[in-house]
Design a protein around this ligand. Structure first.
Ligand SMILES: CCC(=O)NCCS(=O)(=O)O
Length: 326
């Protein structure tokens, strides 16, 4: 899985509940709220603290391993409460390989100190997180990202993108991007990375499921050469609060898009994940957990024109290729 979170908080994205449901914001986590939480995951404060569930995460990872999972890329970066010692402990306890992310999340999580840093300083801090260890630990990150960007991309986010490209040019490492919620956002990020020496062939563009819907636009973007990530498998949301114009696809629609990209020749560039970042998606709370793709999506892919060989590329070869330092 190339895009997951095990320990993080998403407080920065708290969204008030719709009118009439205000009480739900502070309501305790109860069985009868599970459907409501699936529809409004960012409107209950407690739901945003995956960091409180480290014990449950141990069971989640053991279940993932039992289902055939070996490795998880943990995309939590500075700004959303990255906790590297907790990740190391989870990896040790379960035997699942966890690859941690370096760098910074979106603008509203940048501190004043981060905003004042030069591109050179930001580059050094990212390089340091990969070569020597992050957050005062000796735990080294294995990817840069998810690097957070919004739409339009802010000045501070542009500086982080330039630094990401410079760091990648030095290290030959994988990069993963969180684009803004506009069909033009992924291409704009790629242009900034390219102009600054980034290697697009070793860059994953996340969250395409909620970003590019038109097939022509998708192929145009695919042609730019990044990995194409569909990473919101398992999410079910009628009114996507971060952009009400977006119709969040179902898992069946995601699989259909994967089959389309495979048919168009992009089987070497597709990666997939769940991007679990709220509590309600854990099996402890009736959610789909980290094994949903392995257990439910792969069989579906095989009935929709995607071969086992292509599934293996998407789940094994492409991530392996992306994650290997040049
Ligand atoms: C930190 C998790 C994250 O950024 N997830 C992306 C959610 S969405 O922008 O695709 O809704």
């Amino acid at each position: 899985m190339t895009h997951e979170h095990l320990v993080m908080s998403f407080e920065c994205s708290y969204t008030p509940p719709p009118p009439g449901d205000e009480a739900m914001a502070e309501n305790p986590f109860k069985m009868q709220h599970m459907h409501w939480l699936r529809q409004h995951p960012y409107s209950c404060r407690e739901n945003l603290f995956l960091s409180q569930e480290t014990n449950a995460l141990r069971d989640e990872l053991l279940a993932y391993k039992k289902a055939g999972g070996g490795t998880i890329v943990e995309n939590t970066t500075t700004g959303i409460d990255r906790d590297l010692p907790a990740l190391r402990q989870l990896a040790k306890d379960t035997g699942v390989h966890v690859i941690a992310g370096a760098g910074y999340y979106i603008d509203c999580t940048h501190t004043e100190a981060t905003k004042k840093m030069s591109v050179e300083k930001l580059t050094n801090s990212i390089v340091n997180e990969v070569l020597h260890g992050a957050d005062g630990t000796d735990i080294r990150c294995g990817v840069i990202g998810e690097i957070g960007t919004g739409w339009p991309i802010t000045e501070s986010e542009k500086k982080v993108l330039r630094s990401t490209a410079h760091a990648q040019a030095q290290l030959g490492c994988p990069v993963i991007i969180h684009p803004g919620r506009d069909p033009a956002a992924p291409a704009e990020v790629v242009r900034i990375l390219q102009e600054n020496g980034g290697d697009i062939s070793k860059t994953v563009m996340s969250h395409l499921d909620r970003t590019i819907f038109d097939e022509g636009e998708l192929l145009e973007f695919a042609n730019m050469g990044s990995y194409l990530e569909y990473d919101l498998f398992g999410t079910e949301m009628l009114n996507y609060p971060f952009n009400l114009k977006v119709d969040m696809p179902s898992d069946s629609q995601r699989v259909k898009t994967l089959a389309f990209l495979v048919k168009e020749g992009y089987e070497d560039k597709i990666v997939i994940a769940h991007d679990i970042h709220t509590k309600n998606r854990l099996t402890k709370f009736g959610g789909h957990g980290y094994s949903h793709i392995l257990k439910n999506i792969v069989p579906k892919m095989l009935t929709r024109g995607i071969t086992q060989h292509q599934v293996d590329k998407i789940l094994i070869d492409n991530p392996k290729c992306w994650l290997t330092f040049k």
